[in-house]
Design a protein around this ligand. Structure first.
Ligand code: MN
Ligand code: MN
Length: 463
């Protein structure tokens, strides 16, 4: 008869920490891998910068720009750059695409503060830029921290100007004023979500007048003058601009053992980066594979640059036409990993997590069968069969992974792009790196989990 110990080993499910099984070589590989990610995340804070980075990396790997209608050949490596804001990289396999495409989709937009179309104003001896926040933020977290301005201004003539202020050591930064504790008695009584209003998220951007300050609004004028000198733009040009205030922090190791990494925008760059590295390293020549870097996930995946647009379906139509096969059959045989972050169990807030089903830090890439809120509403719930296929694939490749859901059933919820891919009749499941303080200006992940995500996506694209 089996001992209790043996029965336990045979019959029970237990999550395993990366450190339990990783030898010195695996640990070193994980730490080294995180250095590449650090360089990516410090550069690519917006979707445009992420596309820019990915295009350069893809070209080094032999990927070529694809335009609608271009000829496609087996073995060819292509990227479709959608308006500089989302990207579809794909490699055509030796076998017919009708056997299905393996797709990995992540998003490259992160919560931030976008400038309003008429943002500049002056008040109380200061010039400000008004913002309209993008994505789900906890507003109080964005005050009293250094912010940088990233983005693009499109001019009347069609030229565009890139803006990036606040990232260099000697650059000025922007700042959102907060109340001093001496005078916050009334504000302190408000619920956290109401303490700072959306209209209070104004960027402090100047305090000196254009001349002596004897004329009205000279400080505003001076700010416009400096913007004009630096970027060649006028106030009206801000109407056709996408300028985002993002945290001016660089990624830093957290903790003396250096296994955690803090940065702005882990959600979802921490899945986008392993998707890219996995694509470039994947050895499979047979199957057609595709890596999608999506925009607008944080605002509901609407618009032409993301996932509710027709582009993925159109691209599959193009591939079908190029190889004289049936697009519906390609879709039916395709499979997708929706690579997006999971909420890591946080012992500071145990009340919102159900620990058995929460993603645990350092226990590997999280597989989420479903997301959604209020009774799985709005979820792509991966089938039991597809979930089984993915878990056996990850085990076969010795990937450290764990099953997870977002939090307690009634605590809230969230979604990913999974449902916008599975709508095309493509089996899809969520996988991603667990994150602490998700959507905060400075989020934290484990380098062990980041590396597991790379191995998981590699296994999927290679197998
Ligand atoms: Mn996300
Ligand atoms: Mn998010």
């Amino acid at each position: 008869m089996a001992t209790t110990e043996e029965l336990k080993k045979q019959l029970t499910y237990e999550k395993k920490s990366f450190f339990e099984t990783a030898d010195d070589a695996a640990r070193e590989a994980a730490l080294r891998y995180a250095e590449g990610y650090r360089a990516f995340i410090d550069y690519a804070k917006t979707e445009r910068e992420s596309v820019d980075y990915a295009v350069k990396a893809a070209e080094r790997e032999g990927y070529r720009p694809y335009r609608w209608g271009d000829k496609l050949t087996a073995g060819g490596k292509y990227y479709l750059n959608n308006r500089g804001k989302s990207l579809y990289l794909f490699r055509i396999g030796a076998e017919s695409p009708e056997n299905g495409i393996r797709i990995v989709a992540s998003h490259i937009d992160s919560p931030r503060l976008d400038l309003k179309p008429v943002p500049v104003y002056e008040e109380g001896g200061m010039a400000f830029l008004k913002t309209h926040y993008y994505g789900g933020i906890r507003k109080y977290q964005w005050t009293a921290i250094p912010l940088a301005l990233h983005g693009t201004v499109a001019l009347r003539g069609g030229e565009t100007v890139s803006v990036r202020i606040g990232e260099e050591e000697n650059d000025p930064v922007f700042y959102i004023n907060d109340l001093l504790p001496h005078l916050s008695a009334e504000q302190d009584q408000k619920p956290l979500g109401k303490a700072i209003s959306g209209e209070a998220l104004n960027l402090l951007s100047g305090s000196a007048p254009a001349d002596k300050g004897t004329e009205s609004e000279e400080i505003k004028l001076n700010l416009l003058r400096l913007l004009n000198e630096r970027c060649g733009i006028k106030e009206e040009d801000l109407i056709s601009a996408e300028l985002c205030a993002v945290p001016a922090f660089k990624a830093r190791d957290v903790g003396l053992d250096r296994w955690l990494l803090a940065a702005y925008g882990h959600d979802d760059h921490v899945c986008a980066y392993p998707s890219l590295t996995a694509l470039f390293e994947s050895a499979g020549e047979k199957r057609t594979v595709c890596c999608i870097l999506a925009d607008k996930e944080e605002t509901g995946s609407n618009g032409s640059t993301w996932m509710q647009s027709r582009i993925l379906a159109d691209l599959i139509d193009e591939i079908a036409a190029a190889f004289s096969c049936d697009a519906n059959r390609i879709r039916a045989n395709s499979e997708c990993l929706s690579a997006d972050v999971a909420a890591a169990y946080d012992p500071n807030f145990p009340e919102v997590f159900e620990k058995r089903n929460a993603a645990l830090l350092s226990c590997g890439v999280a597989v989420c069968k479903y997301t959604g809120a209020r009774g799985k509403s709005g979820t792509n719930d991966a089938s039991a069969e597809f979930t089984a296929k993915i878990r056996s694939l990850l085990d076969a490749h010795q990937v450290n992974w764990q099953i997870a859901e977002l939090g307690k059933v009634d605590a809230g919820g969230g979604g990913t792009v999974a449902k916008f891919i599975s709508v095309h009749n493509i089996d899809t499941i969520d996988v991603g790196v667990p994150v602490l303080s998700m959507h905060a200006p400075y989020e934290v992940i484990s380098k062990a989990d980041l590396y597991s995500a790379h191995l998981a996506i590699s296994a999927f694209l290679t197998d």
